[in-house]
Design a protein around this ligand. Structure first.
Ligand code: GCW
Length: 713
């Protein structure tokens, strides 16, 4: 008998242990929407103030989503789920629009300045909290904002916050293929389980929608810009429509990348010439077909005449001919065309950094008004650091959208911690001087008639969505900056840490500190001082500054760094490629002058002698070594900071991050050693005294091959 009792007890204990492990093991799936219990006093206070959530008026799917999220969030934070009511008594959270505002509050609550998507959070009567908006989407955004406020330690009392997004289109671009591979994706397969669509809707799609709505994302391009024609067939439109149905209540519109040669490739026309009536007709009919299935379809994203993709130039036509044909097709339905400016051609050997501007600037004023030209943040390609793209503000008669990369193709994939908030912020805060001082990229974007920000998604089927816990922060920061391009990357990091890891002040400070230093560390150990594109061929994993024999000149790292026995750097001044002439005068002057060029762009714009002395007092060669060392040291610091947080972060995520930081440190050393070995060999300079020599001879680094590196098409 005693034995049996003991056995049952042991059994129960084991069960309880298993259950708690399941309940408490954090795997990152919940992202920043974890809603962990508040500490005692705050929990009791919230419990009292949020016994009900009420939303008078028609219960649309969007309003239902808002209520469900509030119930879920308050349940987690306060330890008890509020009930959903029709009208609000005291102790309630009330979701209202101008026409559902309770009688006694009429005239007392202003909805001014909220626009369609904005919201107001307001304490009233000392015992109710209003979420006020002009639309259901505004109420959904307001609900997420209220939960964010509570998750980051805010209280309901005395609340009065109004916010409205400052860009109209806040979009993710998925580079997802129909076979579920993801170009430059490092987080597993595509989350779109195309094969089972439209009949099976993975629950993840709804969580994807929640996460995106929580940061204000309102558009998603489902497929890769290197698009397949099949995506535009009836079979695939049905799949996109099924996804659109899931995303719609969360305010997210679906867009598709369109392959320019689709009508021809699908056998419907003899050509894809944008001036051919049959081709134009095909696109118009195709748009009708798509809109019949997806009434709120956003439009087409197009990569044309770039890296081998088809486009109007194949028929002697221009980007405007191509873009405007598609614009005409979607116009009757209210759709838009996002036409990418990421172009460079092998026939122009001068300077890849100049080509987008050279091709697009002359077309200013010729794009239809439902076209926006989508421009990458820098003139080359999502490098750890680039100066701003000269096209921003350079086409006053054309709408321009900015494109950032969230996935870290050139910043160490998912195993390197690199918080991209500071990269985005640096670009957005850059003064372009277009039309006078103070014209930052953020200001220009906000003034566009079709304003928007696009981010190449880092989302995949990995349990933690982004491949690493910290890469979730890049998705989050992108969304927050698309909502407000003048927000601070550091504030965003702090808020994300509080929601994602811990509300403990010291943890927040330490982790935020790690994040804020992380991108500069990557710049330092990969491409310091304005260097770019030193990554391995094709997969872009690891260092390969020595590569100089690829078919196209601008595929070679040597093309970018131009190092030789005399010096290093790309002369883009008037004596060189004169790329600086594409910037507005004050900026061109700043970048073009050796004395005023910001040190972080020195080698981007200038070719300098190895022995020249810099303001730091070091020679160019010694400065380069200094940066590589500093980058490695910064990763060591991140590792130590993280190690010091053991016990204050849940064990599973603590271990994941620890492992990745160890990989990062190993690879930072590899980058440093390989680059220094190579640059020492070209410069003929010895390492400064006291510098640790590379672990291997240069030939060892050159021999490394990575045939299975992820994300490589
Ligand atoms: O960064 C480069 C990538 C390509 C990508 C291209 C682009 C989708 O290496 O994989 O193709 O940019 O932006 O079109």
């Amino acid at each position: 008998m005693a034995n049996r009792t003991l056995r049952s007890l042991v059994f129960l204990l084991v069960m309880a242990w298993g259950l708690s492990a399941r309940v408490f093991a954090e795997d990152g799936y919940d992202l920043w929407l974890r809603y962990k219990p508040l500490e005692d006093a705050a929990r009791a206070e919230l419990h009292k103030a949020a016994q009900q959530v009420a939303a008078p008026g028609e219960r649309t799917p969007t309003l239902q989503a808002a209520l469900d999220e509030l119930v879920r969030g308050i349940d987690g934070l306060a330890g008890q789920a509020p009930t959903i009511a029709e009208s609000a008594e005291s102790g309630a959270i009330l979701l209202v629009k101008p026409d559902t505002l309770p009688e006694h509050l009429k005239g007392k609550v202003s909805f001014d300045g909220l626009g369609g998507d904005g919201y107001r959070l307001l304490s009233v009567d000392g015992e109710r909290t209003l979420i006020a908006a002009n639309s259901d989407i505004g109420l959904l955004y307001g609900s997420f904002a209220l939960l964010r406020h509570l998750q980051t330690g805010g209280r309901l009392e005395g609340l009065d916050v109004s916010e409205a997004p400052r860009l109209q289109r806040r979009m993710l671009n998925h580079w997802d293929n129909p076979d579920r591979t993801v170009e430059r994706g490092y987080a597993g397969q595509s989350i779109w389980d195309w094969w089972k669509l439209p009949d099976h809707l993975d629950a993840r799609y709804t969580d994807y929608a929640r996460a995106n709505a929580s940061i204000g994302i309102n558009g998603t391009v489902l497929n890769n810009v290197n698009a397949k024609a099949e995506m535009l067939t009836a079979r695939w439109i049905a799949k996109a429509a099924a996804l659109a149905n899931v995303l719609r209540p969360y305010g997210i519109r679906v867009y598709l990348s369109a392959r320019f040669s689709a009508p021809f490739e699908l056998g419907a026309t003899e050509t894809a010439d944008p001036l051919d009536p049959a081709v134009r007709n095909w696109w118009a009919k195709k748009a009708d077909e798509i809109y019949a299935a997806i009434p709120d379809f956003g439009g087409f994203l197009v990569k044309a005449n770039s890296e081998g993709q088809p486009g109007p130039q194949d028929y002697g036509r221009s980007h405007t001919d191509g873009a405007n044909m598609l614009a005409a097709a979607v116009r009757p339905h209210g759709g838009i065309v996002l036409w990418r400016a990421f172009v460079y051609s092998e026939t122009d050997a001068s300077d890849r950094a100049k080509q987008a501007y050279a091709e697009f600037k002359p077309l200013d004023g010729r794009f239809a008004d439902n076209v926006t030209v989508q421009v990458k943040n820098g003139p080359i390609d999502f490098q750890p650091r680039e100066p701003i793209h000269p096209l921003f503000g350079a086409m006053p008669e054309t709408s321009v959208t900015a494109e950032f990369q969230i996935t870290k193709e050139y910043l160490g994939f998912v195993t390197h911690l690199a918080y991209l908030g500071p990269l985005y912020e640096e670009v957005l805060k850059t003064d372009t001087f277009r039309g006078g001082a103070g014209q930052t990229a953020a200001k220009l974007l906000m003034a566009e008639p079709l304003s928007g920000l696009a981010g190449v998604a880092n989302i995949g089927s990995d349990r933690n969505w982004s491949g690493s816990h910290f890469d979730q922060a890049n998705w989050y920061a992108f969304g927050r900056l698309a909502w407000d391009p003048e927000a601070s990357a550091e504030d965003i990091a702090r808020e994300w840490v509080a929601m994602t890891f811990s509300r403990d002040r010291e943890v927040i400070a330490k982790v935020t500190g790690m994040m804020m230093a992380s991108r500069e560390a990557v710049v330092d150990y990969m491409t310091p001082m304005g260097l770019a594109h030193l990554m391995g061929t094709g997969h872009h994993y690891g260092p390969a500054p020595w590569v100089d024999d690829l078919a196209r000149p601008e595929w070679n790292p040597a093309y970018y760094h131009r190092a030789d026995a005399g010096g290093i750097g790309f002369d883009r001044t008037a004596t060189g490629s004169d790329a600086i002439a594409q910037y507005a005068a004050p900026l061109a002057g700043l970048y073009g002058d050796r004395q005023t060029v910001p040190p972080e762009f020195l080698l981007w714009f200038h070719h300098v002698g190895w022995d020249e002395t810099l303001p730091s007092g070091r020679t160019v060669w010694a400065e380069l070594v200094h940066h590589y060392d500093r980058g490695v040291a910064a990763v060591g610091t991140m590792r130590r900071t993280w190690a010091g947080l053991e016990g204050r972060i849940d064990p599973a995520r603590f271990r994941d991050v620890s492992d990745f930081l160890a990989i990062q440190e190993k690879e930072a050393i590899w980058w440093r050693d390989a680059c220094l070995a190579y640059f020492a060999s070209v410069s003929g300079r010895a390492l400064p005294p006291g510098t640790r020599p590379p672990a291997h001879p240069l030939s060892w680094y050159q021999a490394q091959q990575f045939p299975y590196a992820p994300g490589h098409p």
